[in-house]
Design a protein around this ligand. Structure first.
Ligand code: GDP
Length: 198
């Protein structure tokens, strides 16, 4: 698929406000600052399709991007998570919307989960992997900012995380990624193709 054609469609605060649940979509999730916006922008080769903006109001929204002029294939930017300033009640509300989206969205084919290669498998990541497992939803993990480690150390982290998730190897795939160096973009695109193409 040609991901460069991605265009902003709409933002939705709740499942009910999402675009029609037909066609196929893949969703991007990650703890805030994990490098999610940078990964999406690297994939679509656009500087600012996914905002790196930390505006609190925006963080609660699910953002939809359509490929080409077709809205039947979509990339979905899920709200970031883990702002220290966000009150507990807002976090719970956010969790509810996210788990509802993962449970009920029939067009959702898979989840891309961004983790900083230096801090993989946070509590948030574990929670999301648990939800995905409940739904038999495939997950592709990007170990982001791989350029921050020496190649050998990055590779070791990759192997270690693979071992830790070995019980889920049917559902989970893992790769190194660097938006800065454009490392792993083709591998990500190939994975998305398997989810979005018939
Ligand atoms: P988000 O909150 O998950 O959307 O994360 P952002 O994409 O906004 O990135 C968070 C921070 O990490 C920013 O300062 C980025 O410049 C930095 N960052 C993102 N990707 C990379 C990368 O591949 N390499 C390096 N060195 N820094 C990155």
């Amino acid at each position: 698929l040609n991901f460069h054609t991605a265009q902003f469609m709409t933002s939705a605060p709740t499942l009910a406000a999402c675009p029609p649940d037909d066609g196929r979509e893949v969703a991007f999730a990650g703890r805030s600052n994990a490098g999610k916006s940078s990964a999406i922008n690297a994939l679509v080769q656009q500087k600012a399709l996914a905002r790196t903006s930390k505006t609190p109001g925006r963080t609660q929204l699910i953002n939809f991007f359509g490929l080409a002029n077709d809205t039947r294939e979509r990339l979905v930017d899920l709200p970031g998570y883990g702002f220290a300033k966000v009150p507990e009640s807002v976090k719970r509300e956010w969790q509810r919307h996210l788990s509802e989206y993962l449970q009920k969205r029939r067009s959702l084919q898979g989840l891309v989960l961004m983790m900083d290669v230096r801090h993989p498998l946070t509590d948030f990541d574990e929670m999301l992997l648990g939800w995905a497992d409940d739904q038999d939803m495939p997950v592709h993990i990007l170990l982001t900012k791989a350029d921050k480690l020496k190649p050998g150390a990055a590779k070791n982290t990759l192997l270690k995380v693979r071992r830790q998730l070995a019980d889920w190897e049917d559902l989970v795939s893992i790769q190194l990624f660097s938006a800065l160096k454009r490392q792993g973009v083709d591998e990500l695109a190939a994975r998305l193709d398997t989810w979005l193409l018939d």
